[in-house]
Design a protein around this ligand. Structure first.
Ligand SMILES: *[C@@H]1O[C@H](CO)[C@@H](O)[C@H](O)[C@H]1NC(C)=O
Ligand SMILES: *[C@@H]1O[C@H](CO)[C@@H](O)[C@H](O)[C@H]1NC(C)=O
Ligand SMILES: *[C@@H]1O[C@H](CO)[C@@H](O)[C@H](O)[C@H]1NC(C)=O
Ligand SMILES: *[C@@H]1O[C@H](CO)[C@@H](O)[C@H](O)[C@H]1NC(C)=O
Length: 543
């Protein structure tokens, strides 16, 4: 009914405008009537919106609205009084076991009285869901930072906000505690801290806390120097509820946003991390979906499961937690080797023009000049940058690298390639190559596509990582290799259409700096009946 009266009025307006076009006196009347009508309509709409929008307002941190929707997942953040967020400051002047406490809501009083030095850089560590500020690894990084730089380190304590058991509530709380951090950072900037000297490091939900903090500074015309998002939380943040940019970390939140993805998935119900790139540079170690040495429950991580498990533990969220571990390693390594002339292991990342699938197939592997760290110009990656993950970050766009399966995660990245002989029976399956050096070993697994046969004359690739300190490319002359081929089809249905043997001509391992080890011999049969052993040497075999 109301709608039809609107259209009626509109008809009258357009008709009257035409009818009285040249008559000032009459033209004014319907125009004003329409304006009144529009105003009344607007007031009514505002009233309607207000009644149907959940909104809460808190002192200092402001109001939080909930988008109108039927989703049962929606929450507004809890009261800051309940959350009692604290900020622990540690500097070279404080006793590390007695950090100073800063409050965001005392108008800078605690900041003024603290040992905070606005001439120095600031590192803020933000924990994730069900975690706490003084977790062992966070304290390790803090200690390393203070040895590396004369800096201010803040360990943000939002453990009540992140306590669970409902993940949904913790996710909603990221916005309120983020604003609290933003208010404190604003005070610091007003006290002379340069925005470019701010580095926020957020793990999981903590990454979105950093994103929300940034909004407060943006509102005052400031942009934070750097935000590192370590496997920024995916659940609820990838779907519509948190699509609003101001509620999550994105590349507009700092001059440099570097993100790492260790437990992401294209499927909504799977993985704690985000699948989508969110930063200026996004690292996907080992492809970013699952980490080596982890055996996470996949395809079953639903939001409800967050709520029954208590703390994120290693068995449950190994790949997710790996993001923080990899980052820590870079800070600790930087400290450990700062006075040494020798080069140390750094996570070298690279882009793959063909995306994730070319990385996973092992095909994408750069050749880098050792002297200057640049790509060898005649490689197919010549147009792309080489990146580096960690405390010292570089790169842009989506980048990949491989890691070892346990600490030290950083190692020498290797590519294995196998040339398949021509003119043999078609086959498919798993080629497993075990590489031995010193008394360590690395496994490479190469699957042929489930749909396709191995094309004869094709090349198969695999990636692996050797220990940095024991695998010295310049010293190693020979590498022992065990090879094994398994065609599952033969066991599944006794189907004899594909061969149980794959014939190969060449096996080669190479690192990123042009060192290679190979063995060549025409038509070497590989099967599952005997493990084929061979020695790769650093003498070229010319094919
Ligand atoms: C730091 O505080 C602890 C605990 O109060 C104390 O035992 C230690 O002596 C202090 N260290 C320094 C260097 O003051
Ligand atoms: C703050 O740090 C700067 C440089 O790091 C130093 O020169 C200055 O003395 C420090 N200020 C205070 C009050 O300690
Ligand atoms: C490698 O061999 C050396 C000496 O044979 C031994 O001391 C060391 O523990 C071995 N390392 C591993 C990882 O097995
Ligand atoms: C044998 O394998 C071929 C190719 O994979 C397939 O088309 C065929 O249906 C299989 N036969 C049986 C009996 O499973």
């Amino acid at each position: 009914m109301r709608l039809s009266s609107i259209s009626l009025v509109l008809v009258i307006i357009s008709w009257s405008n035409g009818q009285f076009r040249n008559n000032q006196r009459f033209r004014q009347l319907p125009f004003r009537a329409a304006q009144n009508f529009r105003n009344r309509l607007k007031n009514r709409l505002d009233l309607y919106r207000e009644r149907n929008t959940q909104m809460v307002c808190y002192d200092i941190v402001g109001c939080f609205t909930l988008p109108h929707s039927n989703s049962p997942l929606q929450r507004v953040p809890e009261d800051p009084k309940t959350l009692g967020t604290k900020f622990y400051l540690i500097t070279r002047k404080t006793n590390t076991s007695i950090p100073e406490i800063l409050f965001y809501n005392d108008d800078g009083k605690s900041l003024q009285e603290s040992s905070f030095n606005s001439s120095n850089i600031l590192k803020v560590l933000i924990h994730g869901y069900t975690s706490k500020w003084n977790e062992k690894n966070a304290l390790l990084v803090t200690d390393a930072y203070l040895q590396l730089y004369d800096c201010n380190v803040i360990l943000m304590d939002w453990k009540i906000g992140a306590r669970g058991p409902q993940y949904v509530v913790a996710a909603a709380n990221t916005e309120v505690v983020g604003r609290e951090l933003g208010i404190l950072l604003t005070k610091m900037v007003e006290n002379g801290l340069k925005t470019k000297n701010i580095h926020l490091i957020g793990f999981s939900l903590g990454a979105h806390v950093a994103g929300s903090a940034s909004e407060i500074l943006k509102g005052k015309g400031h942009l934070i120097g750097r935000i590192t998002g370590l496997d920024a939380a995916g659940p609820l943040f990838r779907n519509s509820y948190f699509k609003e940019k101001h509620k999550k970390l994105d590349r507009s939140d700092a001059i440099l946003v570097d993100a790492m993805h260790t437990d992401s998935s294209p499927f909504v119900t799977d993985g704690f991390g985000l699948w989508e790139p969110i930063g200026h540079v996004d690292f996907f170690p080992n492809g970013g979906q699952e980490q080596p040495g982890c055996n996470d429950v996949k395809n079953s991580i639903l939001v409800t499961q967050f709520e029954n498990r208590g703390a994120l533990n290693r068995d449950f969220a190994c790949s997710h937690i790996r993001a923080f571990r990899l980052f820590i390693e870079t800070v600790l390594n930087k400290l450990k080797y700062r006075d040494k002339k020798s080069d140390y292991c750094q996570f070298t990342a690279f882009s793959c023009p063909g995306g994730l699938s070319t990385f996973e197939s092992g095909y994408c592997f750069p050749q880098i000049e050792k002297s200057n760290g640049r790509l060898v110009t005649d490689s197919i990656y010549a147009q792309d940058e080489i990146g580096q993950f960690g405390e010292d970050v570089r790169g842009q766009g989506v980048m990949y690298f491989s890691t070892r399966d346990s600490s030290s995660y950083c190692g020498r990245q290797l590519q294995l390639s196998v040339h398949v002989s021509q003119n043999y029976e078609p086959t498919k399956g798993l080629l497993k190559v075990n590489l031995h050096y010193s008394n360590k070993s690395i496994d490479f697994e190469m699957y042929t596509d489930i749909q396709d046969f191995v094309t004869t004359g094709a090349q198969m690739y695999g990636l692996g990582v050797a220990d940095f300190h024991t695998f010295i490319p310049e010293v190693i002359k020979k590498i022992k290799v065990h090879i094994f081929f398994f065609n599952p089809e033969l066991y599944e249905n006794g189907n004899e259409t594909t061969s149980s043997i794959i014939y190969i001509n060449k096996v080669m391992v190479r690192d990123m700096h042009g060192n290679s080890w190979q063995h060549c011999k025409n038509n070497m049969p590989i099967s599952d009946t005997i493990v084929k052993k061979m020695i790769l040497s650093n003498e070229d075999c010319n094919y």
